[in-house]
Write a protein that binds this ligand. Structure first.
Ligand code: PMP
Length: 444
C-alpha cells in the first residue's frame, strides 16, 4: 500500500527543492492522491468535488476509464517516436481535429503545452505576413515562454520592464488594447472602447502587424465574456489590414463554454487556433491549427521530440470520442446555466458580497466586492478555504484575484452543482458575517 508523506511533508519538500516562486492554493492545502471523474481524494481519504483543480481535465473528468484504458493500451504498445517516423495516432488525431475546427483550419502542428502552441502560432503569423508586430488584449494570459509572456497583459504573468528585473523586459513589439470589460462600465461601452482602440492601432501601424492574439473568453483575467458582436467586428477589422487573428482556445476549447470552441458561439473563424489543456485530459498534448496557405509559410524543419507522440495522440483521440459520444458541449451549456442561475440567486441574497456573475457554459466566475477588490480577494481566499473544508475545490482568478472561478470537469452532475451551491451559500454567509456584510434576516 502506498504511504503518503501528507501535505506538511509535501510542502516541506517543495520549500526545499522547488523554485521559491512556486505557489499553491489554500492555507491548509490537501495532498491529492486519487481522481475519479469529477471527484478528487486527499491522502486521508477526504473526497472533494472538483470545480477547478482539473481545469485542464475538462472533458472526461479525472482518470476516466474509457480514456485511460485507450491511453494505457497505447503506452504498452508503442510509447514514443517523434514525427520523423510514421505512426498512426497523430495522423488520425489531425484528421479528427480538422473535422471539429471551424472553416478551413485543416492543418495541425503538434507540440506539448499551451505556451508552446501560442509561441508557434505567433512565429507562424510573422512568417506568413512578413510583419513583426502583435496586438493583444490587456489582462490576457498566453503562456510562460518569453514571447508568450510578452503578449500577456496580466501583470502577474507578464514579462515587463515595470517589474523589478529590467532583464525580463517584454521582448517584442506588442500593442495592448483594453479588453471588452471594465469595472463600472457597461459591457457594451467597454467593448466599444476596445474596438475604438483597435481601430486606432490599426490605422497607425496596421501594415506592420502580423497578428492579434486573444482568448475568446479571458480565463485568468476573471472570466470575461464579450458581447456577441465583439469578435465578429474584431475579425472584420483585422481583415481590412491583413492582420491574422490567433484564437487562444487553450482554456476555452473542447466543449467547456458550451461549444466545441468558444469562437463557434459567434461564428468567427480565426486564422490560427491554439489548443492544449482539455485536449489530452491530463496528458500533455497541444497544437496550433491553420489553413493550407498559412501552414505553407512554416518552412523550418519541424520535428518535435514529443509533439504528436503516440501516447498523447491516443489520449486526445479518446477525449474527442468521449466529448462526441457524451455530447459534452451541450451538457456544459445546460449545466452552466444551472451554475449561473444559482450564483445569481446567491448574488441576490448577498448583494454586498457578490457583485457580478458571468460566464459561458461551465466557465463561470463570481466577482466578490468589486468596489473594494482588496476585501474581495480576502473573501475569495476565505471562501476557497471554507469550501475546501466542506469538500469542494473551486478556483480564483481576476486581475485583483477577487473572482471565484467554477470550471469543473464536464462530467459534473446537477446534484454536484446543487450541493456545491448550497455549501457556497453557507460559506459566503460565514465569511460575510464577520464584518456584518450580510443583510438582516438572511439565513445561512
Ligand atoms: N493560454 C491560456 C488561455 C491559458 O489559460 C494558459 C494556461 N493557464 C496558457 C495559455 C498556457 O498554457 P500552458 O500552461 O500549457 O503552457
Amino acid at each position: 500500500k502506498q504511504t503518503y508523506i501528507g501535505p506538511e511533508g509535501v510542502l516541506e519538500k517543495r520549500r526545499k527543492y522547488f523554485y521559491p516562486c512556486t505557489s499553491h492554493f489554500y492555507r491548509n492545502p490537501p495532498q491529492l492522491v486519487k481522481g475519479e471523474m469529477q471527484y478528487l481524494y486527499g491522502h486521508d481519504g477526504t473526497c472533494y468535488t472538483d470545480f477547478f483543480a482539473g481545469v485542464s481535465v475538462v472533458a472526461g473528468g479525472h482518470c476516466n476509464p474509457e480514456i485511460t484504458r485507450r491511453t494505457a493500451e497505447q503506452l504498452q504498445t508503442l510509447q514514443h517516436t517523434c514525427t520523423i517516423y510514421l505512426t498512426q495516432p497523430n495522423v488520425d488525431l489531425a484528421e479528427r481535429l480538422a473535422g471539429v475546427l471551424p472553416g478551413r483550419l485543416a492543418r495541425t502542428f503538434f507540440v506539448n503545452s499551451g505556451s508552446e502552441a501560442n509561441e508557434g502560432a505567433l512565429l507562424l503569423a510573422r512568417l506568413h505576413t512578413g510583419r513583426k508586430g502583435f496586438i493583444a488584449l490587456e489582462q490576457g494570459l498566453h503562456g510562460r515562454t518569453y514571447l508568450t509572456m510578452s503578449v500577456t497583459g496580466l501583470a502577474m504573468w507578464r514579462a515587463d520592464p515595470q517589474l523589478d528585473h529590467p532583464q525580463a523586459q517584454a521582448v517584442e513589439d506588442v500593442s495592448f488594447i483594453p479588453r471588452p470589460f471594465e469595472r463600472g462600465m457597461s459591457r457594451e461601452a467597454a467593448a466599444r472602447r476596445s474596438i475604438d482602440a483597435l481601430k486606432e492601432v490599426l490605422a497607425e501601424k496596421g501594415g506592420d502587424i502580423a497578428a492579434m492574439i486573444a482568448e475568446p473568453i479571458q480565463g485568468n483575467g476573471g472570466i470575461i465574456v464579450p458581447p456577441d458582436w465583439y469578435f465578429p467586428e474584431v475579425k472584420a477589422l483585422l481583415e481590412q489590414y491583413g492582420v491574422l487573428l490567433i484564437a487562444d482556445e487553450i482554456q476555452t476549447g473542447f466543449g467547456r463554454t458550451g461549444r466545441m470552441f468558444a469562437m463557434d458561439r459567434w461564428g468567427v473563424t480565426p486564422d490560427i487556433v491554439t489548443m492544449a489543456k482539455a485536449l489530452g485530459s491530463g496528458v500533455p498534448v497541444a497544437a496550433f491549427a491553420s489553413t493550407d496557405e498559412i501552414a505553407a509559410s512554416f518552412t523550418r524543419p519541424s520535428a518535435s521530440t514529443f509533439g504528436g507522440n503516440p501516447v498523447s495522440s491516443a489520449a486526445a483521440l479518446a477525449v474527442l470520442d468521449y466529448i462526441e459520444t457524451h455530447r459534452l458541449p451541450e451538457r456544459a451549456e445546460r449545466l452552466g446555466r444551472q451554475v449561473l442561475d444559482g450564483l445569481r440567486e446567491l448574488a441576490g441574497r448577498f448583494p454586498r458580497l457578490v457583485s457580478d456573475v458571468r460566464g459561458a457554459g461551465l466557465m463561470v466566475g463570481a466577482e466578490l466586492c468589486a468596489d473594494d477588490p482588496g476585501r474581495g480577494a480576502q473573501l475569495v481566499d476565505e471562501v476557497l478555504e471554507e469550501m475546501k473544508d466542506r469538500g469542494y475545490l473551486i478556483g480564483k482568478n481576476g486581475v485583483d484575484r477577487n473572482v471565484l472561478a467554477f470550471q469543473p470537469p464536464l462530467v459534473i452532475t446537477e446534484e454536484d452543482i446543487a450541493e456545491m451551491l448550497a455549501a457556497l451559500g453557507q460559506a459566503l454567509h460565514a465569511a460575510g458575517e464577520v464584518k456584518g456584510e450580510i443583510a438582516h434576516g438572511v439565513r445561512p
